[in-house]
Write a protein that binds this ligand. Structure first.
Ligand SMILES: *Cc1c(COP(=O)(O)O)cnc(C)c1O
Length: 359
C-alpha cells in the first residue's frame, strides 16, 4: 500500500516503558507509547521525518503557535483485528481533513501521502502498544504547529509536524446527559469551526465547565446568530433518528467539523436503505420530537467514542429523556457494524480499512 519507512529515519528507544503500564486501567490520553515522529517544515520544504524516543520538546518562548494559535491536529485509531493485523480506519479522510485545516489556518499544507506514510510508520514502530483487548485501541495524534520565533503577526514560515500515540480503553462509560447551549458558541459562519484547530477547543472549555456544574457531560452547540439550530455536541457530531429517518445538521455553514465517523454512519445508513437527511435542524424540532416520541435515538459520533448514546437533553431548565439505549435499533447496529469492520469480523466492502501490518 504505502511505502513505509522509506526516507523515515528511525531511532529506537533503549528503554521501553511498556512494562511499567497498568494495562487494566488505561486513562484516556495519559499513557504514551515509546516513540514519536517529528518532521520540520523549514525554508519552504518538509525535511526528513524522524521517529525518535518519546521526549519533551525544547521551544523558543516566542514560538508563534503559543501566541497566535496556528496549531491543528487530527485524531484517529489503530486496532489489532481478529486476524492479528494492524489496521487503521479511513486515515485517508484524516489526511484530507488535515490538509484542509492547514489551508484554513494559513499553514504549510502537508501532502496527504506524506501524512499517511508518517502515520503508518509511527504506528508500526510502536505496534506492540496496540492493546489486544476488546474496546481498546491505539489513539493516534498527528499535529502541526507554527515554530517561528517571532511575535509579529503573520503566518509562520516554519512548522513542526509531529505524531504520538496513546493506548486507550473505552471513552465514555455511560449514556450522555447533554445541554443545549443558548448563550455561548463554538463557531460562527465564516470562522474556523470547520478546522480541527486548537483554539476551537480552548473556546469551548468555559461553557462546557458551566454545563458540567449543572450536571451535564457535554453541550450541544447551536448556531452563533440565533441559537436556533443544532450544530454538534462537545467534540462529536450529533445525529438523531426521527420517524425512522437519520437526521444530522448539514455542514455547509463552515461551523461544523466534518467528522469521519458521522460520514461513515451516513454511508452505512444509506447502504442499509435508510433515509438520511443532512439539513438544518431546529432546536424546537428536537425538543418536540423527544417529547412526542418521534425522535427515538440521539447520539454523538466521533473517533474517540465512535457512537456515544445521548440519554438526556436539557433545554431551558427541563430535561427531556430519550428511550433506553437497549431499544435503539439503529445506533446499536451501526456501533456493532463499525466495530466488526475494524476488527475484521465483517467484509470491508467500502474499503475503509487500511492494513498497515509490516510485510
Ligand atoms: C474530531 C471532531 C469530531 C469528530 O470527527 P471524527 O472524524 O469522527 O473523529 C467532531 N466534532 C469536533 C469538534 C471534532 O473536533
Amino acid at each position: 500500500m504505502i511505502d513505509t519507512m522509506k526516507n523515515i529515519k528511525v531511532t529506537k528507544t533503549e528503554q521501553s516503558k511498556w512494562d511499567s503500564v497498568d494495562w487494566e486501567n488505561l486513562p484516556f490520553g495519559r499513557v504514551f507509547s515509546d516513540h514519536m515522529l517529528v518532521m520540520d517544515y523549514i525554508d519552504g520544504e518538509w525535511k526528513t521525518p524522524e521517529i525518535v524516543p518519546f521526549s519533551d520538546l525544547k521551544l523558543h518562548p516566542a514560538t508563534s503557535a503559543i501566541h497566535y494559535g496556528q496549531s491543528i491536529f487530527e485524531g484517529l485509531k489503530a486496532y489489532r483485528n481478529t486476524h492479528g493485523e494492524v489496521v487503521i480506519f479511513r486515515p485517508d479522510m484524516n489526511a484530507k481533513r488535515f490538509r484542509a485545516s492547514c489551508k484554513r489556518m494559513c499553514m504549510a499544507e502537508l501532502p496527504e501521502e506524506l501524512f499517511l506514510k508518517c502515520v503508518e510508520a509511527t504506528v508500526n514502530v510502536d505496534s506492540k502498544w496496540i492493546p489486544n483487548k476488546e474496546g481498546y485501541s491505539l489513539y493516534i495524534r498527528p499535529f502541526l504547529f507554527a515554530t517561528d520565533d517571532y511575535i509579529g503577526i503573520k503566518p509562520s514560515d516554519n512548522y513542526k509536524f509531529m505524531i504520538f500515540t496513546c493506548p486507550v480503553g473505552a471513552y465514555y462509560s455511560e449514556p450522555l446527559k447533554v445541554k443545549i447551549e443558548e448563550y455561548y458558541t463554538r463557531a460562527a459562519a465564516g470562522g474556523v469551526g470547520r478546522a480541527k484547530t486548537a483554539g476551537n477547543y480552548a473556546a469551548s472549555l468555559y461553557p462546557a465547565k458551566l454545563g458540567k456544574e449543572e450536571g451535564y457531560h457535554q453541550l450541544v452547540w447551536t448556531d452563533a446568530k440565533e441559537h436556533k439550530y443544532i450544530e454538534e455536541s462537545g467534540t462529536m457530531n450529533i445525529m438523531f433518528v426521527k420517524d425512522g429517518v437519520l437526521i444530522t445538521p448539514a455542514e455547509d455553514a463552515d461551523t461544523i467539523l466534518p467528522g469521519i465517523t458521522k460520514r461513515s454512519v451516513i454511508e452505512l445508513a444509506q447502504d442499509w436503505g435508510m433515509k438520511v437527511q443532512e439539513r438544518q435542524i431546529e432546536v424546537k424540532e428536537i425538543i418536540e420530537g423527544v417529547a412526542n416520541g418521534s425522535i427515538t435515538e440521539a447520539f454523538g459520533a466521533g473517533t474517540a467514542a465512535t457512537i456515544a448514546p445521548i440519554k438526556i437533553i436539557g433545554y431551558k431548565g427541563t430535561d427531556y429523556e430519550l428511550p433506553a439505549v437497549e431499544r435503539r435499533e439503529f445506533s446499536n447496529k451501526v456501533y456493532k457494524y463499525l466495530d466488526d469492520i475494524k476488527l475484521g469480523k465483517v467484509e470491508d466492502k467500502f474499503n475503509w480499512i487500511f492494513n498497515v501490518s509490516e510485510k
